[in-house]
Write a protein that binds this ligand. Sequence first.
Ligand code: FMN
Length: 400
Amino acid sequence: MENAQNRPLLFTPITIRGVTAKNRVVVSPMCQYHSDDGGPGDWQMMHLGRLAVGGAGIIFGEETGVEARGRKTYMCAGIWDENHIPMYRRITDFIKEQDAIPAIQIGHAGRKASCHVATEDWRPLRDEDAEYGWAPWQGLAPSALDQLPRRYTPKAMDADDIRTVLEAWREATRRSMDAGYDILEIHGAHGYLIHQFLSPVSNHRNDAYGGDREGRMRFALEVAEIVRAAWPKDKPLFFRVSSVDGEGGIWDLDDTVALARELKERDIDMIDCSSGGISGDSEMPMVPRIEKFQAGFADRVRREAGIMTIAVGGITEAHQAEEILQSGRADLVAMAREFIWNADWTAHAARELGVEDPFDQMPHEYAFRLRQREKQKEMSINQGGAVTRAAYEKIFDETW
Ligand SMILES: Cc1cc2nc3c(=O)[nH]c(=O)nc-3n(C[C@H](O)[C@H](O)[C@H](O)COP(=O)(O)O)c2cc1C
């Protein structure tokens, strides 16, 4: 008999501030390059909706730009306009109806702006692309340094730019709340604007926002403060980091632990431990993409900074996810690519880990049919294949 002691941790609810997720499975943010002037449409509804139906407890949408110029591409998502709010509201309503928590990751691409989509390897836009409406634009950065040659070198942000961008984070946070999200994540990883400030590879400033680690962390902490102040007290706030710039990174795990401690002081609830993405004036190789490749980062940040963490990267199996939680390396487990392959991963994982009613992870419309099928299978076996009408009706009553 299942009880609170022997139920898998992955399927034990977790409460953070005023929000309870039914399990600890997180859909990691996944850019879709399918937005129309920043706004989501039917594609995002289908993409996120099927994952909610599949049982994941927390569903992150893709990185969502706080400013139009803070997108990577013209197809990226954004929440810089009031018109975006009802478009996201439709999706958050649906996710909540499936008993899942809608979560948004907001970000700013900084110098990684103005390029083609992922299938074109983020090739920088050129003047010729203006012919069909994709004119290149100038990105922002801590320093006027590119990680690859572009039409416009990014603008080194002055005090006014910093104020404007901080204000954009605040407004995007307010819109996210109005759009119905229950969890918000600040994207501080993958070589985007916040990470560009953190890393000495991209931050060559000699003012208060550069120099030593404290200076390079200033922008990240100001974003955290402004977002926390704008986000409701009873809602969780996450922060995604690149735990290391790369193998042998210049921004390393000691730096991430120090940042996590500062974020904790600013009431950030969870550090989402990713890695890499800075590229540029360095030859650092990527962290090898092996099984559970970033779980060690989540473990160390959790132990040394005393803050909850998400393990993400190379997790595909139920037992891997459960082991990460059982060994206390992280509080949540996130996956991206496996969910593209198998949207119902969560319900299948519940079954694999021996959850008594795995179908309970899914909406009622599906769950009761699957429970019925189980009972029918059981009865057919017990009765040598034949099931009477009366027995069938009993199954229906029990599973409805
Ligand atoms: C299609 C795709 C899009 C992604 N987009 C984002 C994104 O918008 N924001 C982000 O922080 N990470 C993004 N990532 C990284 C994932 O969230 C995740 O950290 C990474 O894929 C490792 O997890 P996995 O091994 O389970 O795929 C993306 C990954 C994929 C595959």
